[in-house]
Each structure stands twice: as structure tokens, then as C-alpha cells.
Design a protein. Sequence first.
Length: 360
Amino acid sequence: MASRSSHDPQPVDVIDLRSDTVTKPSKAMREAMARAPVGDDVYGDDPTVGCLESRVAEVLGKEEAVYVPTGTMANQAAIRAHTQSGDRVLLDWGTHSVRSESGGPAALSGVTADRILGKRGVFTAAQLVATAGKARGGRPDFCTPPATLLCVENTHNAGGGKVWPLDALDEVARTGRSLGLRTHLDGARLWNASAATGVSEARWAREFDSVSVCFSKGLGAPLGSAVAGSRDFVQRVRRFKQLFGGGFRQAGIVAAGALHALERHRDGLPLDHKKAQALAGELASLPAVNLRPESVETNIVRFEVATSAANFVEACRREGVVMLDTGPRQVRAVTHRDVSMDEIGRAAEVMAHSLEGLQR
């Protein structure tokens, strides 16, 4: 029998821990979307999009923001707006913009990703300086592609939802500026960093020229992200939004969902973190799982199993719990607003039972 595709529809009663993007719009969100005033956003006529962009800029402490369809477009349009073809972009080796965005930096901006080996996505100012490099004696400066942009991801997906220490983030951003680099913060899950620490989103973004955020990760909106920065920079991003095919028409319908999520769903994120910590505590007690519960800071639980991760994920799926295998023995589970604490308990039981069956 053919293996089940990850794109096949899930049963209605499944506990879906693949991502916090699998949430469904709430009834109140759907009502807000249904009554949203709309216009043609390409012409700047959609009042709901305008309201969302103004509110996002305010929350992030920037002059202006632009609403785009996806997080990938947000990051890639920002990279394009900050760079020229042939430049180098400095970032952690596992950052989303080079690991999970289909080769966007090379294909869309013609830039080289120069990766820094961070620890769960966090690297030091000294590592940044070493990677940025400098001209060598006897070699023309123009032989080395110029480093022009620093990108940082917070929280860090591949790092298991790791939150950057604020002082380390500030130091890296300031060091980047001292090296002549422009700075971009991939804050797709910046909401989670703020919920976990009490530090405002604007404070996290303060040292960066631009910041992207996502409304479907954690907040429960059906789609959409935003890029914020100076007015001139956002105007450049608007150009590349259009170039990359992101021109909306009556976008207020979906922007209303994002605005509803922004204003009403951030307060629920600490509960998602508690769900993740509860799941981590249960998994850490299993002899076939390698996981330190204290490493779970937000809503992403990454762990290692003493068997094939693909076989484990498939065994759990057959019992109604879906996750992602991210390596030969690595698994990712993400908690969100559509999974209850009781369902987390059931999911842990299914995982324990599946591991036991695979090890017989």
C-alpha cells in the first residue's frame, strides 16, 4: 500500500501537532472577516489592510508595515529590499529563510547565505565578526562578495522554539551595524518570545532595521505575515511584494482575521507554552526518548527517539496523533490554540504506546 502523503486530509478528531499553522479560524474571527470593509489593496484602497498595517507598525515600534500573504514572502522581500545581487547574507545555519524557504535568497535575490554555526539558533557577536571577515593583504576587496545583511530568527524554529537572550540579541545586532550590515529580524514567532519573557515585541525589534511577523503561527489567523521598518524601506518591500506575486485585491477579508488574531489571541500563547512543557515532561520520562524538558521555552517540542522517527510518526498517526519527523530519529511537535491540555495528555499516551510497540 502506498505511504500516506503529508498533504492528505487529516481525520476530524485527530490531534494535530505538526505546526501551529494548522489552526482553524474561530467563530469570532470568521465573523470579523465576513463584515470587514474592503477595497483593492494593490491601489492602497483596502481600509482593513491599512488598519492592520498601522497596528502592526505600532506593536513593533516601526514607522510602517506591509501585509503580505506568507512568512516566506515576508523574509524574501525583506532580503531583496536590503541587498544587491552578489551580496552575502549572514545568518544561523538552521534559520528558516535558508532552510525552509525553497532557496529563496539565491533564487530571488541572487545572494549567498553565509551560515554561522549557532547553538539552537543563537550565535555570538564574535562569531558574527569572524564570519563577516575582512579584506586580506594582497587581495583586492572586490574578490570577496560583500557582507551586507544580518538575519536573526527569534524564536528559532529549528532550535526548538528557542528564545534569544535579549542582551545577546542586542549585542549581535549592534555588532552587525558596526560592521556596516543592515539587520533583519525574522520574528515569525516573535509573539511567542514576547509571551515567554514579558518583553514587548517592539523591544525585541528595536535594534533591527526590519522585522517580519506571522499571523498564522500561534495566533490562529488563516494566512498572512507583515514586514515592518522605516517608511522608505517598506516602500521597497511593497515593490518586491508585487514582483513576487503578492499583490492582493480585496485583502481586507483575510486581513481582518489577522487583525482579530493580533488583538485577541496573543494572550493565549502562555497556555500553549504550558501545553508544550506538559508534553515535554511526559516524553522526558520515557526511556526511548531523549529530551531535556528545560529546553522547551515556548510551543515547539523537538526530541529524539530510540527508533526510526518516520516509523514512530506513522505509528502515532494511526492512533490519531500527527507530528513531523525531522531527521532519522528526530521529531517535532508543536502545541497551539486548537489542542487542549487534555488532548496533550492523550497524545503523550499515544506516543508512549507507539514507542513501546516499535521496540518489541
